[in-house]
Design a protein around this ligand. Structure first.
Ligand code: SIN
Length: 565
């Protein structure tokens, strides 16, 4: 496959480290993936350090509403969960990875419960399980009604705080990885550089010498103008891994959540999510207000109607928006009633009301917005990346479980299951300390002022609906933005450079995939084409030069995977 090449910074311009500390393993990120890895690793390595860009609970885990999926119900099985995951993944999942996810999922959730996570129970004391798009069984465990992520995050933080041997540094942006030479002569992770907004000795840029680094730094939602992701999701983990020689896989498969509350054309940044679980409890989509004769439009589109996999629902909403010329559709959940809303979805109810909509009596305006990166740093079944000593887990990673479209509520589970796996292999794989070698990558930094233009370019040309002219325009515009160097060396410029790096990689892969599959929707290539495109786009970087290659999938992985439509 011909390679698209773009020049980007080979490393971020930053002051020389003013201080150095040491840890056997440093974990970047503090959501379910990062904290699970930390808690497990403390049992087997001497020193574990968690670094996180904001405070411990500022990442995406905290915002997860619907829940965590696992075959926990009496009639459910991992095989059924596997089937639904593969169908949603639209022929791009790694079968072995999916089997690990669904097979180890129930145990992993029980471990979360043992740790102190308080999931919701029914009146008989059984774990309360609900359904979301693409699931044929009730298998989503939830907490606080619609505050599952917040409860999991609370339990994990409590466990971390009770483990004094785990050091935590907050307000710490991972700038770049440090590389040294391993015993086999190959490049190997030797730690990372960090910028800490702190006080005293740990302020400004410093270095952490480490024998292994676990990336659990979350996604890239801030690449787009509207996203359900928090402000910290600027693709930092993916960008620094790419610069260090890791491979990014499946980046074009960005999931757009169908029902994000529409706050008007000028609303930017993190937008309120209306969980799929609301549809799981019986809400449905309509294309107009009752007095305008609005009708349901998901029946007839898919056998699961409003609970079809989310790429199917997002596309159906977009199609109706285009046909009707409206900027959004509506979710009707009035029949659930006030008491049910209060008990089951208290967070969503309060958020909607704070924006002037009462879901008990009114329809909720909704439109798709960026929600989840199904791709990321390519890993094997133990979370290993292509760079020795570098591991990745959670949204930053591409373990192969999501394929072209993540099944609802599989994301928390992925972070949990693969972090446990990473923690089992690291103790045997860490090598003696290696000294960081001189960094010969070309440094650079993009002006923070380009961020809004970058987001608008990605939203209008690399968003839900894609086509060759828009994608080519995006690539040209992104290249122009890359040429705008920053005068200021600061967090805003580091983040913007990371956003531009992952945007360029994402747009290149989206442009090359000339088919429609899962969450990648090409207007000009509207059907899935397994003869040509059953496989993955892999993006690599050599000192700032980006290359994209196509890796066909093994035939054994293709057979059982159906199309969601
Ligand atoms: C939701 O609650 O709809 C989101 C769940 C998920 O992204 O898996």
């Amino acid at each position: 496959m011909s390679a698209a090449t773009r020049r980007l910074p080979g490393r971020l311009t930053a002051p020389e480290p003013g201080w150095t500390i040491r840890a056997d393993v440093v974990i970047v990120g503090s959501g379910i993936a990062g904290l699970t890895a930390a808690l497990r690793l403390r049992e087997s390595v001497d020193s574990v350090l968690v670094v996180t860009k904001d405070v411990l609970n500022a990442g995406s885990t905290q915002w997860a509403q619907g829940g965590i999926a696992a075959a926990l119900g009496p009639e459910d099985t991992p095989a059924q969960h596997e089937h639904d995951t593969l169908v949603a993944g639209a022929g791009a999942c790694d079968l072995d990875a999916v089997r690990v996810l669904v097979g180890e999922g129930p145990d992993a959730v029980h471990e979360l419960i043992a740790l102190g996570t308080r999931f919701d129970h029914d009146e008989h004391g059984a774990l309360s399980l609900t359904r979301e798009g693409g699931h044929h069984r009730d298998r989503i465990a939830h907490a606080g009604g619609d505050a599952t992520g917040a409860e999991i995050q609370r339990a994990l933080i409590a466990a971390i705080q009770a483990a004094p041997d785990i050091e935590v540094i907050e307000h710490a942006l991972a700038v770049d990885l440090l590389l040294g030479h391993g015993s086999d002569g190959r490049d190997r992770v030797a730690g990372l550089t960090l910028h800490v907004m702190g006080e005293g000795q740990r302020d400004g840029v410093g270095a952490v010498d480490a024998r292994a680094v676990v990336l659990a730094a979350g996604g890239l939602g801030q690449v787009f103008s509207q996203t359900t992701n928090p402000a910290v999701s600027t693709g930092d983990g993916m960008a620094l891994a790419l610069r260090a020689g890791a491979t990014l896989r499946d980046l074009e498969f960005v999931q757009f959540h169908p029902t994000v509350m529409y706050l008007g054309p000028d609303s930017r940044g993190q937008q309120p999510l209306i969980s799929e679980a609301v549809r799981g409890e019986g809400a449905f989509l309509v294309d107009g207000l009752p007095e305008e004769g609005g009708v349901r439009f998901m029946t007839g589109v898919h056998e699961l109607a409003d609970l079809a996999p989310r790429d199917v629902v997002a596309k159906a909403i977009m199609r109706r928006m285009i046909e009707t010329g409206r900027p959004h559709m509506w979710l009707d959940a009035r029949h659930l009633g006030g008491e049910f809303w209060e008990r089951r979805f208290p967070t969503i109810l309060a958020t909607a009301r704070s924006h002037g909509i009462d879901p008990v009596t009114e329809l909720i305006p909704v439109a798709p917005a960026c929600h989840y990166a199904s791709g990321g740093v390519r890993t094997d079944l133990q979370g290993r990346t292509d760079v020795p000593g570098l591991y990745a887990t959670g949204e930053v990673a591409c373990s192969g479980v999501h394929g072209a479209n993540r099944l609802a509520s599989n994301s928390l589970l992925e972070g949990l299951v693969f972090s446990r796996r990473i923690a089992t292999v690291i103790p045997d794989e860490i090598e003696p300390w290696v000294a960081p070698a001189a960094d010969r990558r070309t440094e650079g930094l993009v002006d923070a002022d380009v961020r809004r233009e970058l987001q608008e370019t990605m939203t209008s040309r690399v968003g839900v609906l894609r086509s060759a002219p828009g994608l080519s325009e995006a690539e040209v515009l992104l290249e122009k933005l890359a040429a705008r160097s920053a005068d200021l060396v600061d967090q805003a410029s580091w983040e913007t450079t990371n956003l531009l790096t992952v945007s360029t990689a994402l747009a290149a892969a989206a442009s090359l995939r000339e088919e429609t599959r899962g969450s990648h929707w090409r207007e000009d290539f509207p059907v899935r084409d397994d003869d040509t495109w059953a496989g993955h786009f892999d993006v690599t970087m050599d000192d700032g030069a980006l290359a994209v290659g196509f890796a066909p999938m093994p035939a054994t992985d293709r057979a059982p995977q159906e199309d969601a439509r």
